[in-house]
Design a protein around this ligand. Structure first.
Ligand code: F6P
Length: 541
């Protein structure tokens, strides 16, 4: 299948030309009561979430054509293949069954394994939570240090921060991911070995950052007087590589299994989420899974026209492939969702940042957009200027909860007002006449500076409140959006070969930094060898 030569692709290209100069403010203004408003026509619900996509550069025909594209590119077949355990990751010969972690259907793939794994997690989490799991001096655990990176860090960290208001207050959860020693050192300054539990999370148990941090943490325990036998009370592993875990010295009983059929960036629902379960308890962890399950069911069963992940994915395709836009912003109007943009960067860009089709042919259309963002309202005072008046169009996903997750009066109304004002301003803009009316004829020089083009596309995703269920649904929404886009682009969203080359070269450079003679450095390009030489000087000084 060549995407560019599909009839719907050509129809969408022609349609883009016909609406590219239309302004959304005119579409909104031309609504006639009592016909359904644009907001009614372009708002859908699913899994407890609401998606208002009315402030997009689309009309009914756009949506119809995009849905046709989804059908022509077999999005439904790709979806069903994933849910039923097909080999959707052919380069690693794996299925991608994160959805099997969220269903309670006993006939689902791997149901017995999932159930047993979850039960083991729950027993362990409760023992830590109620003080029965004790450290080497008989003291209860007060600090949990999750050591992992990428999918073994971003998901759990994002969820634990998002649900901080529901967290057990006397257990502090820390995340260490960066090989930069300051990351671990900062945590070491806050913890005490007698009260600390380390969870080393790594599917492969070979990831350099994670293993370096795990070794340093283990040394720190030893220096504090914890014997090798006593380390069993302080080190837990989550991994698919039992032999490496044992070689590191973690007791097999202290291992929570990760499975090959769950991809790293889709794994927070598995034992990778152990730190989440310790933070919020097994019951609320189940609610997180239930929320994701609601979106799984919605994705599987809702008609494409009313299907949240399908629509979100298609809108992304519309801007990336037809408008040629390069990036989009995630703007959670929620400080608790501070880590959501980083989490979605890995989810979307590691999944869909590919240039070959599933069967290895190079492609000639853009794939993953650059995902970036920060919570509102902070982002308004950082990069929103560019979103409003820069020449580059950057679509925004606003995510906001109708209820607050705190008890301070007056804040939430202001937060909501800011969120809605931004999408309104991005859509409406401000015309020259409106600008003139504001500053008057005397200040004409100012007018161009206070004109806003508007017509800037945004989605608004509403949660009733930020709780485990709605968060689970939100994450699953973006997971499935990623699959929808991968299906249309005909790429594999479940491998990540692009991270390998740098890993290999860093091993060579590490040994050159420590031991190479200047002659050895000639195997590198002149820039890299000069950088290594400079660093060697600094290290040995
Ligand atoms: O960045 C590459 C990657 O393989 C990610 O896909 C993964 O989430 C991360 O490294 C961590 O891998 P592991 O869990 O094996 O340590």
């Amino acid at each position: 299948m060549n995407l560019n030569s599909l009839p719907t692709w050509s129809a969408l290209t022609a349609h883009y030309e016909s609406i590219r100069d239309c302004h959304m403010r005119d579409w909104f203004a031309s609504e006639n009561d009592p016909a359904p408003t644009r907001a009614d026509r372009f708002t859908i619900n699913g899994g407890g979430l609401t998606l208002d996509f009315s402030k997009n550069r689309v009309n009914e025909q756009t949506i119809a054509l995009l849905i046709q594209l989804a059908r022509e590119t077999n999005v439904q077949a790709r979806r069903d293949e994933m849910f039923t355990g097909g080999i959707v990751n052919p380069t690693e010969h794996r299925s991608a069954l994160h959805t099997a972690l969220r269903t309670s259907d006993p006939s689902a793939p791997y149901a017995a394994q999932v159930k047993a794994g979850r039960a083991k997690m729950a027993v362990f989490a409760e023992r830590v939570r109620n003080g029965q799991w004790i450290g080497y001096t008989g003291k209860p655990i007060q600090h949990v240090v999750n050591i992992g990176i990428g999918g073994s860090d971003l998901g759990p960290k994002m969820v634990v921060h998002a649900l901080h208001h529901l967290k057990k207050s006397d257990i502090h959860i820390h995340y260490v991911s960066n090989i930069d020693g300051i990351d671990l050192q900062n945590v070491l300054e806050q913890i005490n070995p007698e009260h600390t539990l380390a969870i080393v999370v790594s599917k492969t148990f070979t990831t350099s950052e994670t293993m370096t941090n795990a070794h340093s943490l283990r040394d720190w325990f030893r220096r504090s007087g914890c014997s090798s036998d006593q380390l069993a009370q302080h080190f837990i592993a989550v991994s698919a590589n039992l032999s490496e875990v044992v070689r590191f010295g973690i007791e097999p009983d202290n291992v929570f299994e990760m499975w090959e059929w769950v991809g790293g960036r889709y794994s927070l629902w598995s034992a990778v989420g152990l730190s989440i379960m310790i933070a919020i308890g097994p019951e609320k962890f189940d609610q997180l899974l239930e929320g994701a399950y609601l979106i799984d069911e919605h994705f599987r069963c809702a008609p494409l026209e009313r299907n949240l992940p399908v629509l979100l994915g298609l809108l992304g395709i519309w801007y990336r492939n037809f408008f040629g836009l390069q990036s989009y912003v995630i703007a959670p109007y929620s400080q608790a969702l501070h880590f959501l943009p980083a989490y979605l960067q890995q989810l979307e860009m590691e999944s869909n940042g590919k240039s070959v089709t599933l069967d290895g042919r190079f492609i000639d259309y853009p794939t993953s957009a650059v995902v970036w963002g920060e919570p509102g309202t902070n982002s308004q005072h950082a990069f929103f200027q560019m979103l409003h008046q820069g020449p580059t169009i950057v679509p925004v996903d606003f995510i906001v909860s109708l209820a607050p997750n705190h008890s301070l009066p007056g804040h939430h109304e202001k937060l909501l007002a800011n969120c809605f004002a931004q999408s309104e301003a991005l859509m409406l803009g401000r015309t020259e006449t409106e600008a003139e009316n504001i500053v008057g004829r005397k200040q004409t020089a100012l007018i161009p500076h206070i004109v806003f083009p508007g017509n800037r596309p945004t989605n608004t995703i509403l949660l009733n409140e930020l709780n485990p269920r709605s968060l689970g649904a939100l994450i699953a929404l973006y997971e499935h959006k990623t699959l929808v886009q991968a299906a249309i682009w005909n790429i594999n969203p479940f491998d990540q070969w692009g991270v390998e080359l740098g890993k290999i070269l860093s091993k060579v450079i590490e040994s050159d930094l420590i031991s190479a003679s200047s002659a050895d450095l000639r195997k590198h390009d002149s820039s890299t060898s000069a950088l290594i030489a400079r660093a060697r000087e600094a290290i040995t000084r």
